[in-house]
Design a binder for this molecule. Structure first.
Ligand code: ADP
Ligand code: ADP
Length: 222
């Protein structure tokens, strides 16, 4: 089953002389419950593609279908709600809140959405990610790999259908990178979530079920 599709998706930044065609008629299909990696040279359009699929960026033309419904025409308010309820995001920068502990960093998105935290689920994630003895720590007491594991837990806390990850291990050494990606894979497999990840790292790209190659704003192969 396909959870997400793009139909002739194009994205142009700027106007006139400074116009940049970042995406040119992209048609891709993302399989539900699978790990899809997106690779390609710097400036090829990977981040733009991820942002358009995730409703973080408005598109210039085409469609983005989530469960066969076009999300590209939704209002900013509806999109924001969709992102909070259905999507999880992991970026290169961990963006943890320095003044609250690990547990609160993880559960804040749910509390802010005025929903009840499913403690059993949260502890399950914490367990899988090996953060059990860290929940009372503050971000500055953690290594980079530990901080990214907290960011992963935070991305999973709303039980998202799709996790969008943009170079999540770009700031980590290769051993830590492998550990973090393995743990992330364990989580998404356990909960049947769909993972879409941009990476420069061929080893990580190979761990994916599907690899999408982007070049010059086009998809070379899927
Ligand atoms: P990648 O993630 O593969 O490095 P990007 O999606 O970031 O590629 O960028 C694709 C193209 O769009 C590049 O030419 C980049 O300079 C341009 N671009 C990205 N973001 C913006 C922006 N906010 N304004 C103008 N041009 C942008
Ligand atoms: P970089 O690759 O420069 O370290 P990141 O990977 O942190 O940057 O972020 C990539 C893109 O995602 C940037 O355009 C940034 O503005 C955006 N971004 C980062 N964090 C968030 C967030 N929490 N919500 C929405 N967009 C974000």
């Amino acid at each position: 089953m396909k959870i997400l599709k793009t139909i002739d998706l194009s994205k142009t930044y700027g106007k006139g002389e400074s116009k940049v065609k970042a995406l040119k008629n992209i048609n891709i299909e993302i399989e539900k419950g699978k790990f899809t990696s997106i690779i390609g040279p710097s400036g090829s359009g990977k981040s733009t593609l991820l942002h358009c699929m995730a409703g973080l960026d408005d598109i210039t033309s085409g469609k983005v279908l989530l469960d066969d419904k076009d999300i590209s025409t939704l209002s900013e308010e509806k999109l924001s709600q969709l992102r909070r309820r259905k999507f999880g995001f992991i970026f290169q920068s961990f963006n943890l809140i320095p003044v609250v502990d690990v547990y609160e960093n993880i559960t804040l998105p749910v509390s802010l959405d005025s929903k009840n935290v499913d403690k059993n689920y949260v502890y399950e994630i914490i367990e899988i990610l090996g953060l059990k003895d860290k929940i009372k720590k503050f971000p500055n007491e953690l290594s980079g790999g530990q901080q990214q594991r907290v960011a992963i837990a935070r991305a999973l806390v709303n039980k998202p259908d799709i996790i969008f990850a943009d170079e999540p291990t770009g700031n980590l050494d290769s051993k830590t990178t492998q550990e973090v990606i393995n743990l992330l894979k364990l989580c998404v497999e356990k909960f049947g979530q769909t993972l879409i990840m941009i990476t420069h790292n061929n080893e990580i790209a190979k761990m994916a079920d599907v690899c999408i190659k982007v070049q010059d704003g086009k998809v070379l192969e899927q």
